[in-house]
Every structure is written in structure tokens, then in C-alpha cells.
Design a protein around this ligand. Sequence first.
Ligand code: PLP
Ligand code: COI
Length: 345
Amino acid sequence: MSGEIEKKQMDWANIGFNYHVTDQRYVSNYKDGKWDDGVLTSDDKITISECAGVLQYSQSCFEGLKAYTTEDGKIVTFRPDLNAERMENTCKRLEMPVFPKERFIDAIERVVAANEAYVPPYGSGATLYIRPYMFASSPVIGVKPAEEYQFRVLVTPVGPYFKGGAKPLTIKVSDFDRAAPHGTGHVKAGLNYAMSLHAIVTAHEEGYSENMYLDPATRTKVEETGGANFLFVTKDQKVVTPKSESILPSITRRSLMIVAKDYLGLEVEEREILLEEVKDFAECGLCGTAAVISPVGKIVDHGKEICLPSGMDEMGPITKKLYDTLTGIQMGRIEAPEGWIHVIK
Ligand code: PLP
Ligand code: COI
């Protein structure tokens, strides 16, 4: 049980979504066509060639999931098998070697257990963010995949992704694209985030919390934000989410669609969503591991304001039910579907 070790003294309620160095991380190296055994290390620094593939051609990818302390004091993660599968798809798209699923889950278990003192207590409002990642470590100068790679898992305690926690956000329709048709939008490549930085800095300077990206081919359909998928609720309480080949298949969104249908008895639909119809929705939320479900109150499309009827004061009622049910499942207050909760200790 987590009560046996002494927790770090951190201001859990106010840590924000920031990196705090923790005690141990996992490292495994890929060389001569195979992964080594992998170790936990206290060394948080990496030494690689000046010409490493990651530095020259951005050959890198990552995942994100969380560890939670449940009501009865266990430490659990949420559907880590899906993160392993998504990283496998990402690696294949980026010509990187796959880190096997069982080893991916084992590495997560070991890093979380070794940093138990940093797993925020139940009810603190914080969680332990887990960041598995991989990068090309050997030199390349011609444009080609590297021969050697490093897979690592680091953890850091985090609070809410958006300042203000559950307060509805104002976002803008971006003039930039985050993905190309047939590009890498559907995988978790570091390069997708590098190219979103100018767009997010611009949005922040203009006073918006996030960008709504449109489909890059026609710029008429809703895609996602820089770090979360969209969920909308119609006026007749149907939960709808954009279907697109160029958005990241969010594990949170896929889980919420099941929660909406099986726990809340709502109709759900994954389909193309036109920007034009957003004004007709009752609620809007951003969903992801970091974002959980963050409500959106207003979407600004080149000066034209789309105000969701749920308003700027609190989450809409369906969004709130989805949020409470999902976090209830993750924190052990509500029984989870088979296989969703992975107990670490
Ligand atoms: N979309 C993008 C672009 C993301 O970076 C993330 C975060 O991982 C998500 C969606 C949400 O995915 P998940 O729910 O699996 O964390
Ligand atoms: C996550 O939700 O895990 C992500 O990777 C999103 C990132 C913007 C923090």
C-alpha cells in the first residue's frame, strides 16, 4: 500500500503541469537490431552524438499516461496497453524499432514503483504523469533512419493542464495546420508538437488557451487541438466526436465514448464535424490524458464568437457527468470496465 512510504512534501494543489525531476527513470538501448535488458537509473542526463538522428531529423516519439492513487490507497494506471499499441504504430510510421508491449508496461510499473514518493495522494488534485519516449541516438547525416535508439520512461507529478482547472476555456480557430493529409497527425511524433509551438505561442499572445485546428485539406472540418481531441454534446444530449485520419486517436476520448454509452446511457457518434455546425452544439470539451476533460466556453473564428450555451462559469452538465465518471473510474470510486485499471501496487 502507498501509505508505507513517506510522500515527498510538495504543494500538490498548486504544482501545475510542469516537470519536476524525480528519483528514477528507465532506460533501454537498441543496438545491432535488438533492445538491451533495460535498467532504472538515478541519472537524469543523456549523452548522445552531436549528429544523433533525433537532433538532426527529429526522429523521436512519445506517449503520455498517468498513475493515480485510488480511494483505497492503491497505485494504478489507466489502459497502458493502449499507449503501448499507439507507440508501436508511431514507431512503425517513423521507421523506429518497436519496444515490445509487455516490456513497455513492465518499464512503466518499475518507474512508478521506484518513484512512489512522488505519486500524489488520493484527493490531492494531482497525479503522476508518465512519459515513455524514444529517440534516434546514433549519428545520421544523410536523410535516413538511425541504427541505434533509446527508449526511456520518466515520471513527474502534475496538476491540471490548463490554468484555472475546470473553468471553461476560450480557444481560437487556427490559421495554421497541425497535420497534413496522409502525414503524421495520427501518431505521437515529437515533430507534430514542434510545428505546433508557433501556433500555440501566437494563440497565447492573443489571449486564447488553445487552438482549434481544422482539416488541412479543406479547412472546413474540426480536427483537434495541439494536445487533446474534441468532444461535443448536441442539444438533444448526443455525444459526438470528430472522425479524421489525421487526428491522434486519444485513449481518453475512446474511453469517454464508452463511458457515455455504457455508464450514462447516451447516444454517441464519431463522424466528420463541420466548423459550420459547431454553433449548434450545447457543450464542448477537450479530452486527453493531460487535459482530462477541459470544458470550452467560447470558440473564436476570425473575430466571430461561437458561445457554447454551457457558458463561461462552469462545465456543461453532460461534460461534468463524463468527467466525474471517468475520474471516478480512474480513482477507484466507480467500477471500471474489464482491463481498464492496471494495478501497480
Ligand atoms: N491529441 C493530441 C494531439 C495529443 O497530444 C493528445 C495527448 O496525448 C491527445 C489528443 C489525447 O490523447 P490521450 O487521451 O491518449 O492522452
Ligand atoms: C498528453 O495528454 O499526455 C499529452 O501528451 C498532451 C501534451 C500536450 C501534454
